[in-house]
Design a protein around this ligand. Sequence first.
Ligand SMILES: [Zn+2]
Length: 463
Amino acid sequence: MRVYNTLGRKIEEFTPINDKEVKIYCCGPTVYDFPHIGNLRAFIFYDIIRRTLLYNGFRVKQIMNITDVDDKTIKNSKLRGMELSEYTKIYTDAFFEDLKKLNISEFEGYPRATQSIGAMETMITGLLSKGYAYKSNDGIYYSVSKFKDYGKLSGMSLKETKSRIQNDEYDKDSAADFALWKTWTPDDGDVYWENDLPKGRPGWSIECSAMVFKNLGESIDIHAGGIDLIFPHHENEIAQSEAFTGKRFVKYWLHSEHLLVNGKKMSKSLHNFYTLRDLEKLGFDVIAFRLLVLDSHYRSKINFTLDILKKYEKTLDDIDITLKSYEKLPKGNKKGHEEVISEILNEFKKSINNDFDTHEAIKNFFMLIELLNEDIKSGSTDNESSEAAMLAVQKMDSILGVIDRYSVPDEVIKLAEERSKLRDSNDWAGADLIRNKIKEKGFKVIDLFGSNYTIIKNRQHGN
Ligand SMILES: [Zn+2]
């Protein structure tokens, strides 16, 4: 496997620190609102990292944090008159629902910031005693100039980082210094901890470093996030962690690109801001969003539009119909596709192993689907080809995760059986009545060859 390491900005051969288990940390959501589809793009990428490693036989320990205390969660919970934990639970639950809907695999853990305060205190205390951190009136800050490698991930010099951060309202020695701990203010209400450190709460970046340290250890293989996290978040994580342990924090830094909507950065004021719930309300199959994301390389920008999403939804329906037809195809004279199929599968593996190139991998997947369509047109396949094809589909989908999107309710299956019988007895009017009943239930019957049929969802989009 080859991966693009943001640290060093080049493609490298992937060799884990410990060949028995790959340790991965992914920056998760701040649970102050529903994730938007740009956040979800990063989460889908985390899933692809996992699935690709498993495909290659690695064992994986992967965690994604949940930031459930920060300025925004505190502010919004107060506005709604709710306890912080009560408020963040709403969006934590929503986040897990979204993961499930997008067929994102379950990871080994989802540590919460509020349940990892002890590890943060240990790190901050250590950084204070080593001289990397200092106390001021409003908190404890990390002294960026003390860490000589600061800027090695983002490629920014200390001078540049200072000009990027114009913040005079805090009491710190240098503009680039960042808060490890924020002293309690009345605005924080009952959100504070006071054990080893003054009454207060953690800064953002220390949360991730401490959760890596607590759950995965001092050095890990992969740390992933969206590209906007490179600076300052991940730069700060490196500074804190490496100053604290004296060891290399992360071997491979992986970052996924932005998702634009109608060519622009998403923002609520531009009305181009979507959550998964918005897409569902518009009647979309959210797995079409997964396919749309995977059809671009994770390091390319994606331009999302509803029309493009519709196209992917149609593609998924077509794939469904092909697979259903192919399953029912009579097995006749030998077609001998096994070799072509195994070649396509090899190319697929090469693509995903080439820096998770799902764009190329999907081309291979479509090539296979096309081959099946040719057989369907010709009216038959053979046992060997069929077995090879089904195995290839299964293996490819163990990465892509776009097949088996929903199950059809029993009552709809029964109606379709009834309709099929009526058609066999040439009762076309009766069959049409049932077709409409099925439509009312949100599905439609697609007739294949002979008396075969399949049932797919009947999509209707509002805009
Ligand atoms: Zn993070």
